[in-house]
Design a protein around this ligand. Structure first.
Ligand code: ATP
Ligand code: MG
Length: 575
């Protein structure tokens, strides 16, 4: 994707960047970064951040966006995660070029910075336990207390810190803390911890280090080391900004990035937190990070979403300063819009009911002509076989139809899409269950293609497959992962998992699809007429035994929500 073929969005962050460029701040450079901690797979909230950071770089001639792993916590990180993050960012359509960085590459520099702070009397080794540190910190309404170790001499601090690095102490026995202000109204400024002892191997630095910098210390300095001009982050970091500024000011670094906070994406009916998503994976609530119900990038990919739809969604939700919840229906609307234009139409019967056309010659097969996508004639046409026995959807037949049921019922004529008019003459019931087992029809040979010569109209048009030609397939229907719009809305004593939707996955194993789908490759997307968009599952499909994931149904609930909102900002329901 080049800068030229994107219509540049506009928001308060882009306004700041534009203003900085006009004032020739940062010598006219724009350097952003996407800085994930490799402790899980990326979710759609990260996609928002990726689109902002890479988007701003693409929109500016002198723009660059780094991918930097903030890999400061060896206990939770792995190369599985770094690899998935890289591939997800690429799949979304963004490219960091040669700008791939790791905070762990700066461990040496960060250590030197810490030593510099100690030498300046701005940091000290504290030997309180974790619990004591928490107690001493105070609360939002009460000031904290100075640690008894706060007055250690610079020499003693330098010696202890060096010995921490050499591995002379057990984890938890000492930490390095900033010496700022235990009475600060901003809790982040009450002598935060900068280094802790962890006798753990790091996925990149191995056993070279047994002290690791805390996120806050490493994050702002990594931005500075990389010459980031606009350090864009979510609102939760607003109160950390004072600390970042303090660190960068004490160390008199050359580059002091400007931090800009925006509202994180919250999406209805799901959770966007790696920790919570990991809980779903580890608890077996999802089959993995790429379970098609997960709001992860890899989940969306497997489900059949396109990167274009996700980017379009991120653009439509915009960038704001106040938190809100975006309805998941907007995301579904975006994928529907995209696939409407590009997915070929096919016929598939998910819950088959046998239909015998009594007056159609036995053994005869016709190849009927059908367009692949009425929205796009350039996608061509195909032939679909028709024969005496076909399957239709069980739901498309009712022996005792309710009012306004326009599909097949005894005595009624309907259209079989692309084929013929058929009229139901009788039904055959299963002797055991009494259910309709087979429907018998007559067809009108004069209605080939599904149009009558005499202008006779029918109200129902059904999809179907030919019994002898159809392929068997498994189809997986997905619903929202959580029953409530806000999964965190739980009664006391419960956690968000209480709101998991027990019916978020329905597996249908004896579905029948038209034979043109033979050999459909994993990842291929189709519209199953009248049902929705589906994608060949890339993990569980086998040769001759495809599995289809429903990406999204055809019913668009977004239009209704939008009307109800009557032009309130996108995705935000009126209070
Ligand atoms: P999580 O809570 O899911 O673990 P995180 O913020 O800890 O998220 P990071 O790996 O630190 O995850 O995130 C990388 C970047 O993505 C950060 O700049 C962060 O602000 C941004 N980000 C994370 N979640 C969202 C979200 N829901 N909306 C927008 N940006 C997000
Ligand atoms: Mg984080």
């Amino acid at each position: 994707m080049s800068a030229a073929d994107r219509k540049a969005p506009s928001d308060f962050i882009r306004d700041i960047v534009r203003e900085d460029l006009r004032a020739n701040k940062n010598d006219g450079r724009v350097v952003t970064r996407f800085p994930p901690e490799p402790n899980g797979y990326l979710h759609i909230g990260h996609a928002k951040s990726i689109c902002i950071n890479f988007g701003i770089a693409l929109e500016n001639k002198a723009g660059v966006c780094h991918l930097r792993f903030d890999d400061t916590n060896p206990s939770k990180e792995s190369t599985e995660y770094t690899e998935s993050i890289e591939s997800d960012v690429r799949w979304l359509g963004f490219d960091w070029g040669s700008h791939l960085y790791y905070a762990s590459d700066y461990f040496g520099k960060l250590y030197q910075y810490a030593v510099e702070l100690i030498e300046d009397g701005k940091a000290y080794v504290c030997s309180l336990t974790t619990d004591e540190i928490r107690e001493y910190r105070g609360t939002l309404t009460e000031p904290g207390k100075d640690s008894p170790y706060r007055t250690r001499s610079i020499e003693e601090n330098l010696d202890l810190f060096e010995r921490m690095r050499k591995g002379e102490f057990k984890a938890g026995s000492h930490v390095l803390r900033a010496k700022i202000d235990m009475a600060s109204p901003n809790l982040n400024m009450r002598d935060p911890v900068f280094y802790r002892i962890k006798h753990e191997s790091h996925h990149r630095t191995g056993d070279k280090w047994c002290i690791y910098p805390m996120y806050d210390f490493a994050h702002c300095l990594s931005d500075s080391i990389e010459g980031i001009t606009h350090s864009i982050c979510t609102l939760e970091f607003e109160d950390n900004r004072a600390l970042y500024d303090w660190i960068l000011d004490q160390l008199k670094v050359n580059c002091h990035p400007q931090q800009i906070e925006f509202a994180r994406l919250n999406l209805s009916h799901t959770v966007l937190s790696k920790r919570k998503l990991l809980e779903l994976v580890e608890g077996g609530y999802a089959s993995g990070w790429d379970d098609p119900r997960m709001p992860t990038i890899s989940g969306f990919l497997r489900r059949g979403y396109t990167p274009e739809a996700i980017r379009n969604f991120c653009e439509r939700i915009g960038v704001a300063k106040s938190n809100s919840v975006v309805d998941i229906a907007l995301l579904e609307h975006c994928i529907r819009q995209d696939l409407n234009l590009r997915a070929p139409r096919v016929m598939a019967v998910l819950r088959p009911l046998r239909v015998v056309i009594d007056n159609y010659p036995e053994g005869k097969v016709e190849q009927l002509d059908a367009e692949n996508n009425p929205e796009d004639p350039s996608m061509g046409r195909r032939k679909i076989p028709f024969s005496r026995v076909v399957y239709i959807e069980q739901d498309d037949f009712r022996e005792d139809p309710p009012e306004k049921f326009f599909r097949l019922t005894p005595g009624r004529e309907v259209r079989l899409k692309h084929a013929y008019y058929v009229k139901c003459e009788r039904v055959v019931k299963d002797k055991g269950t009494g259910q309709v087992a087979e429907v018998h029809c007559r067809y009108d040979p004069e209605t080939r293609g599904g149009w009558s010569q005499d202008g006779r109209k029918v109200r129902g048009t059904l999809h179907w497959v030919s019994a002898t030609h159809a392929l068997e397939a498994e189809v997986r229907l997905y619903d929202h992962l959580f029953t409530k719009r806000d999964p965190y809305d739980v009664e006391e004593g419960f956690d968000f998992k209480a709101n998991i939707n027990p019916n978020s996955l329905e597996k249908l194993i004896s579905c029948l699809v038209e034979p043109t789908l033979a050999g459909a490759r994993p990842g291929t997307r189709y519209q199953f007429l009248r049902q929705g968009y589906f994608c060949v599952d890339s993990v569980d499909s086998r040769d001759g035994a495809p599995v289809f994931n429903r990406i999204v149904s055809l019913r668009d609930s977004w239009a209704k929500i939008e009307r109800a909102q009557k032009k309130s900002p996108l995705g935000q329901p009126k209070p």
